[in-house]
Design a protein. Structure first.
Length: 30
């Protein structure tokens, strides 16, 4: 139960970081 919550939060954080990295790559890379 708690592990699922941690996994969900970790997944959401990873998604947010991935999105931020993608935006930064698009801004500075190109």
């Amino acid at each position: 139960l708690r592990a699922e919550l941690v996994a969900l939060r970790a997944g959401r954080t990873a998604s947010l970081l991935g999105l931020t990295a993608l935006v930064n790559a698009g801004t500075f890379g190109r």
